[in-house]
Design a protein around this ligand. Sequence first.
Ligand SMILES: *Cc1c(COP(=O)(O)O)cnc(C)c1O
Length: 425
Amino acid sequence: MKLSTLCVQAGYTPGKGESRQMPLIQSTTFRYETSEQMARLFDLEDEGYFYTRLQNPTNDHVAARIAALEGGVGGVLTSSGQAANFYACFNICEAGGHIVAAKSIYGGTFNLLGTTLPKLGIEVTFVDQNASEEEIAKAFRPNTKLVFGETISNPGVMVLDIEKFARIAHTHGVPLIVDNTFATPINCRPFEWGADIVTHSTTKYMDGHGTTVGGVVVDSGNFDWEQNDKFPGLTTPDPSYHGLTYTRKFGKMAYTTKLVSQLMRDLGSIQAPQNAFYLNLGLQTLHLRMPQHCKNALKIAQYLHDNPYVAWVSYPDLEDDPQHALQQKYLPDGSCGVMAFGLKGGRDFSIRFMDNLKLIFIATHVADCHSCVLHPASHTHRQLTDEQLLSAGIAPDLIRLSVGIEDADDLIADIAQAIEAAERH
Ligand SMILES: *Cc1c(COP(=O)(O)O)cnc(C)c1O
């Protein structure tokens, strides 16, 4: 089935007399008739719900819908995008392990990998995603367990060469995890290019309305965990389940089952069913919203590109953008609604510009139906000097613009009047 149909129907089919809309099962626990039935659930001998810290039917319907959109075998909703990336990595990489990750990823994930995972005994090497395969291969060590990148990086809007990254990962016997938040499966399905696991901050386009923080981990089911001895957590007996071995017992569902039955059981960052219900409402129109975000963003990027007050624009869909060839290959229907640009007047002019915007709000959020801007130099990274900003890869004049689904001409008029107002004082 096509993506539009999957957005509306995948993952949940009501039976006779059951609710047409995916039901919200707002319950912590589930009833069983005999203690034997319950025991079989705890031994992973039967499938079923027993406690919402591990699994809930609403969450599972929504996760199945996203897994269908990505073309994966299983998915798990998490409480946030951060939790999704943590679980995706920690499920196969623990103390003593090592991760190779693209350098230009979301700041939160950069901190997770660079600051917090090392406290758990996991080391990370960051690489330039545009470097040659030989160069990137130098980052690998015998204890490397996975490779991590973002389809479109936040906020740099760089496009990952997924095939190249998958090839390097597979040559070293490890999976490629791709955070597909900005592209969404409407614009790119990383499994089709060799990625093994996909994550999302569903907080962004998937929810799309700025209501609900959440995340998801989806497994393609394609990676062969038994090809080497790097993944003992999946391929050797788990003493906390009476010596069961995930790959033997669950085949293609090994990774997903372990994530639920170990990590959710012990760490518990599950998405609230209420949030999963809201997320689903967003998913039902994802295929309508993404083309509108892209159409608006391209029109605005072209306007900025030709505006004499604008120093530079970074948006992969622009023909002269350095990322354009990768965009044409991986995101031919459009990348996303997010772009970065700089104004010629520098920091002060940028601040006056943003303060004068009327439709486009200043917000730390990105990628929902409302347009918004952020100036990292005066917001998220305000403690840094211009020099420090540059060494962190952020131009002091960089403005991140997330284009919503309002009318593009109204947004352009707002940008034009704000530039004029900034110019006056
Ligand atoms: C926002 C974001 C995250 C973190 O997601 P939260 O839902 O805020 O925890 C991770 N990756 C990318 C690409 C993001 O944009």
